[in-house]
Write a new protein. Structure first.
Lengths: 118, 115
């Protein structure tokens, strides 16, 4: 079955430690996104990538880094510079611009990773 | 910039009650509008969408109409079930190419349906 997979489901970070959240999709989608969800709040965009080897900062990129070396993978690293990392992290993908009218494409979401600080 | 405002929850209803969740937006041009649903511990799933003014999106008994004149996209369901308990997010995508087709989300509305 095609889909988008995030791992791990739960992750704990020690102070000063970098941690990496995995996101893999087998939907052949060009565009991938990372969102952060805090309790009782909406989703805020961290980083996004519209094509392999290219990515852009979202609204809250500070303290995070990403890479897009392969089309199917878009890992997110939460660095020690992110002082309030506890949140639910959601990865998403869509087909991308040029393939169809991009503005009405739906996003496919992973099941999320809950990151907590020890 | 673009923004989406939803009514705050939680909204608590009895089974078979009528549900309305208000959503208004601010955007340049004519965005596409979406409702996503999030069940506990899961990611978001697209519930319905509308891409132009007066379009009505519908799915699983839910409906929402794209109202350009009031910049609104309110979600409605005539008779809710316990299984509709979830968090509902209103969202938009900017038609401006430079925006990268990012989704802008509202804050989410938690709905709890009691038997």
């Amino acid at each position: 079955d095609g889909g988008i997979t995030q791992s791990p489901k739960y992750l704990f970070r020690k102070e000063g430690q970098n941690v990496t959240l995995s996101c893999e999709q087998n939907l052949n989608h060009d565009a991938m996104y990372w969102y952060r969800q805090d309790p009782g709040q909406g989703l805020r965009l961290i980083y996004y990538s519209q094509i392999v080897n290219d990515f852009q900062k979202g609204d809250i990129a500070e303290g995070y880094s990403v890479s897009r070396e392969k089309k199917e993978s878009f890992p997110l690293t939460v660095t020690s510079a992110q002082k309030n990392p506890t949140a639910f992290y959601l990865c998403a993908s869509r087909i991308g611009q040029g393939k169809m009218r991009a503005t009405n494409e739906k996003l496919f979401f992973g099941s999320g990773t809950q990151l907590s600080v020890l | 910039g673009d923004s989406v405002t939803q009514m705050e929850g939680p909204v608590t209803l009895s089974e078979e009650a009528f549900l309305t969740i208000n959503c208004t937006y601010t955007a340049t041009g004519y965005p596409s509008l979406f409702w996503y649903v999030q069940y506990p511990g899961e990611g978001l799933q697209l519930l319905l969408k509308a891409t132009k003014a007066d379009d009505k999106g519908s799915n699983k008994g839910f409906e929402a109409t794209y109202r350009k004149e009031t910049t609104s996209f309110h979600l409605e369901k005539g008779s809710v079930q316990v299984s509709d308990s979830a968090v509902y997010f209103c969202a938009l995508t900017s038609p401006i190419k430079a925006a990268g087709n990012k989704l802008t989300f509202g804050g989410g509305t938690r709905v709890l349906v009691k038997p």
